[in-house]
Design a protein around this ligand. Structure first.
Ligand code: SF4
Length: 491
C-alpha cells in the first residue's frame, strides 16, 4: 500500500513557516551545484555601490540591487525575462524565491530596475568576463566572431522612408481635420446629452491618439532630414532599429545586428548590438572590445565571409593578428569556378609578376601598371592600382576578355593580403581553424534564439537593447561557468 511518499516529521514545521525557516528549507532542497547558487555568488561578488547610491534614504525601502541582479541574471539565463513573468516566478518558483530572499517585487519595479541601470548591466558583463580570466578558465588569444539579427520591439508596418512618412502624415492630418469637424457637430447637438457625451469622449481619445502619432511622424521626418540623411528608412516605434533580415527569415523587419566575440571555450568576451545590418565594419570593434574587456591581446581570429573586406585584412595585418576570414567570393574561388573555361579571362587567371609590377594575361601578353586611383565616389571607395594591356589591339580573344579597346585590371592595393588569406583558408590547418567557429559560436546564437526564445528584444532604443543583449550574454556566460566546473567557493 506504499503508494504515496510518507509525510515526515521535518515537514511539519513547514505549516508554521517564517521567511527565515522557509529559506532554510529551500536551501536544503536546491542541489549544491545548482546554477542559482553560482548566480548568487557571482552577483554578491560584484560592486553594486553605484546602483545603491541612486536610492535615496527618504521614502520607502527598496529591494537590494544584489537581489534584483540575481533575479535578472538567473531569469535571462533560463529564458524568463518579461517583468510580469519574473514577478510571477518570485511567488511560484522556489529558485526565484531563494534568489529574491522571499521578496516579491512587482513587474513595474523589475522593469524600472532594468531600465534604470543600463550602464551598470554593461559593466557587470565585463566584470563577469574577467572572472573567467582571473580564474584561468579562458584565454583571449584565439577568438571567433559572428553576428545574429534579433528583431526590435517594433512593427515593420511603422518603418517607412521619407516619402512614406510624408504620405502617412498627410493622411493623419486629414483624419484629424475630419475628427475636429465631427467634434464641432457633436457640440451643436443638444437633444441627446448622454449619447453625445459618450461620443465626445471617444472622439477626444481618437484625436489625442492621432495628434500623438502626428508629432512622432514629424519628429521622424525631422530626424531623417537633419540628422541622418543616409538612413533610408526609419521605424516610428524604435528609431534606432534598422531594417534587416532576422535569422533565416526572408522578412525584412526592424531589428539589431547582435555581435559576439567568443573564446575557444565558448565564453562570450565581447558583445554589442548595432543598427548596421552589415557585419563588415564590426570586426575591428569586436576585436578591440575583446581586448579591452579581458585586458589581453587577440592573436588569432576566425569570422565568416560577412567580415571579409580589404580594410579588415589591412587591420589584421597591421595588428599582427592571424586571421581566418574569407572574402565574399571565396566559395567560388574554392570550388574552382574561376578555373572554368567561361571564366578564363577573370582577373584571378592573370599572373602577377612582382619584378616588373605587371600581369601576364591568359594569352601570355603583358598588362602593365598605369596609375593608382584613390578616393571616394558615390558608389565606391577607390584604393586601386590600374593596369593596362599594351598588346590588346591585335588580340583575337579580345571580345572574350573585354568590351573596351584594351583590357584594364583594377587591383586593390591590398589584393596580396586577400590572396594570402585565400591560401591560408585552403590549407589543412586553415580549414580546421575556420571550421571551429561553426561549432563554437553558432550554437550560442542557436541556444539564445531557439532554446530560450530570444528572437526579439523587449526594450526599445539602442542603449536599452544593448543592455538587454548583455543580459542575454551574461546568462549564457553564467551557464558556461557552471558547465566549466567553476564553483561558487572559487569566486
Ligand atoms: S585582350 Fe589583352 S589582356 Fe585580354 S587576352 Fe587579349 S591581349 Fe590578353
Amino acid at each position: 500500500m506504499a503508494k504515496f511518499k510518507p509525510f515526515h516529521d521535518f515537514q511539519k514545521p513547514l505549516m508554521g513557516l517564517t521567511p527565515e525557516s522557509f529559506l532554510d528549507y529551500i536551501d536544503t532542497v536546491i542541489p549544491k551545484d545548482h546554477l542559482c547558487r553560482l548566480v548568487k555568488q557571482v552577483v554578491f561578488s560584484l560592486d553594486t555601490e553605484s546602483i545603491e547610491a541612486k536610492n535615496s534614504f527618504l521614502g520607502q525601502n527598496t529591494y537590494h540591487p544584489k537581489l534584483m541582479l540575481s533575479l535578472l541574471f538567473y531569469g535571462y539565463a533560463t529564458g524568463v525575462r518579461s517583468s510580469r513573468k519574473l514577478e510571477e516566478k518570485c511567488i511560484s518558483d522556489h529558485i526565484f524565491i531563494y534568489l529574491m530572499q522571499c521578496y516579491t517585487p512587482d513587474h513595474r519595479t523589475i522593469s524600472d530596475f532594468r531600465k534604470n541601470n543600463l550602464k551598470e548591466i554593461e559593466k557587470y558583463f565585463v566584470e563577469i568576463v574577467r572572472i573567467f580570466n582571473e580564474l584561468g578558465f579562458t584565454q583571449v588569444g584565439k577568438i571567433y566572431i559572428d553576428g545574429t539579427k534579433i528583431k526590435g520591439n517594433a512593427s515593420a508596418k511603422r518603418t517607412k522612408d521619407r516619402a512614406g512618412f510624408e504620405k502617412w502624415l498627410s493622411a493623419i492630418q486629414e483624419e484629424i481635420a475630419t475628427l475636429m469637424k465631427e467634434g464641432e457637430a457633436i457640440d451643436k447637438e443638444e437633444d441627446d446629452r448622454y449619447k453625445t457625451d459618450e461620443e465626445e469622449e471617444s472622439l477626444k481619445k481618437k484625436l489625442s491618439n492621432r495628434n500623438h502619432l502626428k508629432t512622432k511622424i514629424e519628429e521622424a521626418l525631422k530626424m531623417m532630414k537633419e540628422e541622418d540623411n543616409n538612413k533610408v528608412k526609419v521605424n516610428l516605434t524604435d528609431s534606432d532599429a534598422n531594417h534587416m533580415k532576422s535569422g533565416g527569415s526572408k522578412d525584412i523587419r526592424p531589428g539589431f545586428n547582435c555581435q559576439a566575440s567568443v573564446t575557444k571555450e565558448g565564453v562570450i568576451v565581447a558583445a554589442e548590438a548595432v543598427p548596421e545590418a552589415n557585419d563588415r565594419s564590426q570586426l575591428e570593434p569586436m576585436i578591440e572590445q575583446s581586448e579591452s574587456n579581458t585586458k589581453e591581446a587577440v592573436n588569432e581570429v576566425a569570422a565568416d565571409s560577412g567580415y571579409g573586406s580589404f580594410s579588415n585584412y589591412e587591420y589584421l595585418d597591421q595588428k599582427g593578428i592571424d586571421g581566418y576570414v574569407p572574402d565574399g567570393y571565396f566559395q567560388q574561388y574554392k570550388s574552382g569556378e574561376y578555373n572554368k573555361e567561361e571564366n578564363r579571362y577573370h582577373y584571378t587567371n592573370f599572373t602577377y609578376d612582382s619584378s616588373t609590377d605587371s600581369y601576364i594575361c591568359p594569352e601570355g601578353k603583358k598588362i602593365t601598371y598605369w596609375k593608382t586611383r584613390k578616393g571616394k565616389t558615390k558608389s565606391r571607395d577607390w584604393n586601386h592600382k590600374v593596369y593596362r594591356g599594351r598588346e590588346c589591339g591585335n588580340c583575337i580573344k579580345r571580345s572574350l576578355c573585354t568590351k573596351s579597346k584594351v583590357r584594364e585590371l583594377l587591383i586593390h592595393i591590398h589584393e596580396p593580403l586577400l590572396q594570402e588569406m585565400r591560401k591560408k583558408l585552403l590549407s589543412e590547418e586553415g580549414k580546421l581553424k575556420y571550421f571551429a567557429r561553426q561549432y563554437i559560436i553558432e550554437p550560442i546564437f542557436g541556444h539564445l534564439k531557439f532554446n530560450l526564445g530570444y528572437r526579439s528584444f523587449l526594450l526599445r532604443g539602442l542603449e536599452k537593447v544593448n543592455a538587454e543583449y548583455k543580459l542575454m550574454c551574461i546568462g549564457w556566460n553564467l551557464k558556461k561557468m557552471l558547465a566549466m566546473g567553476i564553483k561558487p567557493a572559487m569566486i
